[in-house]
Design a protein around this ligand. Structure first.
Ligand SMILES: [Zn+2]
Length: 285
């Protein structure tokens, strides 16, 4: 799935999107008066438009934003509405199991919902009642939950995007739509904070994920920096390495490579052909 396809997938499900910086660009595409695009140290995360006003569910607008430009996808959390007018809440676990641990401690099971794999953990998308106003505060989860929540005037980087480490944000189960936020979680987020000791992070797991993704970033850069006569050769070489090393689903690796290739001027058909050949050569080894 290309970034454009991922953005179209999101708006078909009524998520409101906007373009954000992509870590493969030479300088950050982020906007904002205080933001220094050349010195930016948090690549791939910054909105390329004033997202609280500029966001869309219109396929034509989304095509203009994502068809021929290398961009990550921002989800304008505060602009998304469920079928009954519900508001969106995204629970951002900084490690796998973070929200499950809190649920278990409170005597509940985790409520499965739309889930996006991130560089460090997961984004879980829930609907909350329209009359409930949440922000980014953790409420009673402060000091207990290894992550953040995003609601109200906020955004998250969506599936189909590439993290600065090279990890691709991926929907875990495309058939799983967001469900209503469980009551215990809503109560916790709207309660007064009770600070406790921070939860311990699974450092070993993180390091593994980062080093795998870092190699993909290097491979994407290798493609992006191709001199004109070497674009196809470099793409083929990088695709073979990416498929051999893994670290993400093959379809995600292919779409990241395709985005990079079309960004440097290869036609989509040509790039697909090269990536497919690289994939086949790996399969017969
Ligand atoms: Zn930036």
């Amino acid at each position: 799935m290309s970034t454009l396809d991922a953005a179209l997938w999101l708006i078909e499900r009524d998520f409101t999107v906007f373009p954000a910086d992509h870590p493969g660009l030479a300088r950050c595409a982020g906007v904002g008066r205080a933001h220094d695009a050349d010195a930016c140290a948090d690549r791939g995360k910054h909105p390329a438009v004033a997202f609280t006003r500029t966001h869309s569910t219109d396929p034509e607008q989304v095509r203009r934003w994502f068809r021929s430009r290398l961009r990550n996808i921002g989800v304008a959390v505060g602009a998304c509405r469920g079928a009954g007018g519900e508001r969106l809440l995204v629970v951002d676990s900084d490690r796998p199991g973070a929200i499950e641990d809190v649920a278990t401690q409170d005597g509940h099971g985790h409520t499965a919902t739309m889930r996006v794999r991130t560089a460090k953990g997961y984004h879980d998308y829930y609907w909350v009642p329209a009359e409930t106003r949440l922000g980014n505060g953790l409420g009673a989860l402060l000091g207990r939950f290894d992550g953040d929540v995003r609601s109200g005037n906020a955004y998250v980087i969506g599936p189909g995007s590439v993290h600065a480490t090279g990890v691709i944000y991926e929907v875990v189960d495309e058939s799983q739509a967001p469900v209503q936020c469980p009551g215990w979680l809503l109560n916790a987020l709207t309660a007064q904070p009770v600070p406790r000791q921070p939860a311990r992070a699974a450092v070993g797991t993180r390091r593994t994920v980062r080093s795998t993704g870092g190699r993909l970033t290097a491979l994407l850069r290798f493609v992006l920096e191709s001199p004109a006569g070497e674009r196809n050769n470099r793409l083929y070489w990088a695709a073979r390495r990416a498929f051999e090393q893994g670290g993400a689903a093959d379809s995600s690796l292919a779409s990241a490579l395709l985005d990079a290739a079309t960004h440097i001027g290869l036609s989509e058909a040509e790039a697909r052909h090269t990536i497919t050949n690289a994939y086949r050569s790996k399969a017969v080894q």
